[in-house]
Structures are given as structure tokens and as C-alpha cells.
Design a protein around this ligand. Structure first.
Ligand code: PLP
Length: 367
């Protein structure tokens, strides 16, 4: 009897592989601090499971997107400091200050409000100045930096802890990325002219191995930790798969020739066909966009094509070429044999979209 015996679909998470992927970066840049990005259920791997698995890895910060995520990480008993990556609503600022979570600021109003809340609670507010070097999502513009450090330094309850920015095209546009890096270096020079900032950070996964940022002493690692970042040689074979998505055959039948399969009959059998129905669908995160795109699953060492549309809770696959299958047999939906890269290409999306789509209905099993 195993915990997965009665599951229709589950994600097996290898936390050792996540630590391995972290250490690939550590080995190459031992002097850098590391922020592990665990937003969005740790890219589908499960927030608490990943946070507790990484809590003793000497990370500078956990990066999350929302206050709700920060609360969950804290409730899980983690002691790694928490960094909230983006802007928060005014009503969320009190709880951020109370817990000592790190906050990114993009405006003087945010800074003043945080400072006043800090005064109210007698707490320091650990602040990272966000600079918009080209992402267009948040941050001070480089033209707004003159005198900023002085202004912020006068806010007694702000603890200026970092300067950061975010790259918008690290894997697509090398020359624009170099332009962003130059703008970041200029910004850091201006902001840090008379004052030391403990954390300077720009690169996320796509950039860490491809660009040098002289002033930076921390990297923010998301997709790379989860083994699906494009890596330059000689590192390209070093990342390990961290998540394998499994399901099970629920039913086996033989359909006659000329029988439609799934909604709108996008697939019609041309010969008598052995069809396995499998207990996973788009509500579990097996993207609807994979319908009629040549997607395949892996059963007992063989690839089986998905037939017709993905439905909410089930898919049908062609197993005519296979013997001895039974209801309950395990199916690999994504993992070592069906890569994230393959699914990304067939669904015409990006890898993080595949991973973060795995829904709450799918239990995460940690090994
Ligand atoms: C999500 C996010 C990251 C992580 O990006 P990856 O490409 O997954 O490494 C880093 N920095 C910021 C600001 C983010 O929002």
C-alpha cells in the first residue's frame, strides 16, 4: 500500500533535486547571496513543502509575490527572511511591518507610509529600492534617483537594505539586457554613493549564468531551482528534474473505426482503437491548449498519443500498440520522459505557465 494508490493524479516532488539545482549556482558563484523564489506554490511544487525543504540552506531570502504567501511561509515555521517581490496595497503594509518582511518600494508615498507604520510599531522596515531599468512593472525611474537616498535616509524607521531591478528580456534580447545592466550599474552608483546597501540584486534564472553585473551580490532564483531554466554550456546538463506529474488509467475500451473521441470530435478513429481513459484534465493543470497538438503520455515504457480534446477531468490516449494494461496503471504526464520543454512547445506557452497551472486538486508528494 502506497500513499498514491488511490490518487487519480499527483505531482511527485524531489526536494533533493531542488537543493541540487541551488548548489549548481552556489558552486559557480560562491560569493553571492541567494534568494529562492517560492511564489505561486513554488512554481507548482507546493509552497510549504519547498519552503521547509530550503529553510536550512543558508538563503538570504525567500521571495514571494503576496502577503498571503508570506503568512503561509511563516506559519510553516520557516526562519528564512521573507522578501515580497512586488508592490502591496496600503492596507497590507501594517502586517508587513509587524512581521519584518522585506518590502520593495517604487515611490516616495510608499516609503513615507511604511516609515509612519514603522514609527507606530517601533519597528524597522527593511526596504529594497526598486529601480525600473526597463521592465515597466514597478520601481523608480533612473531619472528619479537624484537625492532619493538622502530623502529615504531621513525616514528614521526605514532600514535601507537593498537595491534591485528586474530584467525584461534576458533570454531574448542580449543588447537590451546589457543596456539594462548599464542602467542598473549607474543607478547603484548614484544611490549607494554615500551609503552601503547590504544587498544589490538584478539577475533571475535566465541571467545568472549569462551576464556579469559587477555591483550585484545576490541572485534571485526561480525557475532554475525547479530545473527548467535554459542553461549555457557547460552547465546545461546539470539541472535535475524536480517534479514529475503522474496520473492513472481509469478505463480501457476498444472503439470501432470511425468513432469520434472527446468534445467536438476533433479526433475520429480510422481503425478499431484501444483507448485508455486517464484521470487528469485541464482542471488539474494539463493545459487545454495541448488538445490536438500531438501531445503524448508515457505508460510502461511506451509513448501513447493523446486523442482529441483535453477535457476538464479526463483525457483519452491511444494504447492500441500495448498489451497487458489495466485500470489503475500509472501514467507519466510530465517528467523525465515527457519534458517540460516538449509540453511548452506543444502548448505554445512558457515553462512557468505549465508548472504553475498544476492545480490545488493535485496532491504534492515529497520524496
Ligand atoms: C518571479 C521573479 C523572479 C524569478 O524569476 P525566474 O525567471 O523564475 O528565475 C525574480 N525576480 C522577480 C522580481 C520576480 O518577480
Amino acid at each position: 500500500m502506497s500513499v498514491t494508490d488511490n490518487l487519480r493524479a499527483w505531482a511527485q516532488i524531489d526536494t533533493g533535486a531542488i537543493r541540487h539545482n541551488l548548489n549548481v549556482v552556489r558552486r559557480v558563484m560562491p560569493e553571492h547571496h541567494m534568494m529562492a523564489i517560492i511564489k505561486a506554490e513554488a512554481y507548482g511544487h507546493g509552497l510549504e513543502g519547498v519552503a521547509t525543504a530550503l529553510d536550512h540552506e543558508n538563503l538570504a531570502f525567500f521571495g514571494v509575490a503576496t502577503v498571503a504567501e508570506a503568512l503561509r511561509v511563516q506559519k510553516a515555521g520557516c526562519s528564512t527572511p521573507i522578501f515580497i517581490l512586488g508592490p502591496c496595497f496600503p492596507a497590507e503594509r501594517e502586517i508587513i511591518v509587524q512581521h519584518g518582511w522585506r518590502t520593495a518600494i517604487s515611490s516616495i508615498e510608499e516609503a513615507e507610509h511604511f516609515d509612519s507604520i514603522g514609527r507606530l510599531y517601533g519597528k524597522k522596515v527593511y526596504t529594497h529600492i526598486c529601480v525600473d531599468t526597463g521592465m515597466g512593472r514597478s520601481g523608480f525611474l533612473p531619472t528619479e534617483l537624484g537625492g532619493l537616498t538622502d530623502k529615504l535616509s531621513r525616514m528614521e524607521h526605514l532600514q535601507l537594505e537593498g537595491i534591485f531591478s528586474h530584467l525584461s528580456a534576458a533570454s531574448e534580447d542580449i543588447s537590451f539586457t546589457h543596456q539594462q545592466i548599464r542602467s542598473f550599474e549607474d543607478s547603484v552608483r548614484e544611490l549607494a554613493a554615500n551609503r552601503k546597501f547590504p544587498y544589490i540584486h538584478l539577475c533571475s534564472s535566465a541571467a545568472v549564468f549569462n551576464y556579469k553585473v559587477p555591483s550585484a551580490n545576490m541572485v534571485r532564483l526561480g525557475r532554475l531551482l525547479y530545473g527548467y531554466s535554459p542553461m549555457p554550456s557547460p552547465y546545461n546538463h546539470e539541472l535535475r528534474t524536480t517534479l514529475t506529474l503522474y496520473s492513472r488509467i481509469t478505463l480501457l475500451r476498444t472503439l470501432p473505426k470511425n468513432h469520434g473521441v472527446s468534445y467536438n470530435h476533433c479526433y475520429i478513429t480510422t481503425v478499431p482503437t484501444r483507448v485508455a481513459t486517464i484521470g487528469i484534465g485541464y482542471a488539474d493543470g494539463y493545459l487545454q491548449y495541448l488538445s490536438s497538438q500531438g501531445a503524448r503520455v508515457y505508460i510502461n515504457g511506451e509513448y501513447c498519443p493523446v486523442l482529441g480534446r483535453i477535457t476538464m477531468d479526463q483525457i483519452m490516449v491511444d494504447v492500441t500498440h500495448m498489451q497487458g494494461l489495466a485500470s489503475g496503471d500509472i501514467v507519466e504526464i510530465m517528467g523525465p520522459h515527457v519534458s517540460w520543454a516538449e509540453l511548452t512547445e506543444r502548448a505554445k506557452t512558457i515553462p512557468s505557465n505549465i508548472l504553475t497551472s498544476i492545480s490545488a486538486r493535485v496532491p504534492r508528494i515529497y520524496i
